[in-house]
Design a protein around this ligand. Sequence first.
Ligand SMILES: C[S@@+](CC[C@H](N)C(=O)[O-])C[C@H]1O[C@@H](n2cnc3c(N)ncnc32)[C@H](O)[C@@H]1O
Length: 263
Amino acid sequence: MRPIRHDSSIVEFQRKRGGDCAAFFVPFLTSGMILLDAGCGPGTITAALAGLVAKAVGVDIEPNAIAAADRLAAAESLTNLSFVEADMTALPFEDEAFDAVFFHAVLYHQSQAVLTRALAEARRVLKPGGLIATRDADVGGNVLHPDIDGVRLALDLWQRWYEHDDPDALRFGRRQSSILRAHGFTPVWTGASYVNHSADATSRSEAVADARRSLLGFGPQLLRKGLATDDEIQTALAGWDAWGRDPDAVYFRCRCECVARKD
Ligand SMILES: C[S@@+](CC[C@H](N)C(=O)[O-])C[C@H]1O[C@@H](n2cnc3c(N)ncnc32)[C@H](O)[C@@H]1O
C-alpha cells in the first residue's frame, strides 16, 4: 500500500468535506440504521451521516485522523457518533453488525490485496440486505481549463506515479460497480458528481496548494524511481501557479458513486 501521510494540513483539507460527499447515499438511508464509515479521515462526513441514522461509527488506521474526528464529535456534542482507530482490512466488529458501510476516497488508494480484504470485511460486518456505498476518483472525467503545459505535465507526473503501481488506478471510479459485483455485492445504483475546485479565487488557490502538496509529496519518490526529473517537477509546480493566477481557470474533479447490496 502507498504510504498516506497524515500531517495537519491533510487533515485540514479533508475536514472541509461534508455531507455533500455522501448526498448520493442519503436516499438509501433510514433513521434506524447503524452505519460504518470506513477510512473516515477526520470524520466530517461521518458526522453529517450521523444526523440521518441511529448510529454512525467511523474507523481509520491513522491516529491523527481519529484524534481530529474525536474532537469534532465532542465539539458538536453528537451522542450517536463514535470513532475507532482500526484497519478496515481487520475490522474490530461482530459479523452483521451494520446496515450500511460507506467508503469515501479510500479504496482507489489501495493495492488489489487490501481492496479485496477491505471489501470482504465490509461484507462480513454487513447484515444480509445491507448496503455498501463507495465514492471515488476517476481522472478521465475531470474538467480542467485552460490547457497549460506545466499543468498537463503535472497530470502526466501524477499518472506516472499511479500507473507505476497499477495501470487502472486512475480509472477506479468508473469500475466501482464491476469491482463490487466481483466481490459478491449486487450493485443497485451508480452515478457521478463533481468536486468544484474553481468556484472562486479562494477555492482556486486551495486547489493550487493541494496540487503543490501532492507534487512535493510524491515528487521525491518519482525522482528516486527515475520516473521524473527535478526540472519536470519545477515546471509542473510553475504550471499550477500559472493556472491559479488565471481568474477564468476551472477545475472540476469527477467522483464516481456506487451503491450495492449484500444479498
Ligand atoms: C483520502 S482519505 C479520505 C478520508 C475520508 N473518507 C474523507 O473522504 O474525508 C483516505 C483515508 O483512508 C484511511 N485509510 C487508508 N488505509 C486504511 C486502512 N487500511 N484502514 C483504515 N483506514 C485507512 C487513511 O488514513 C485516510 O484517512
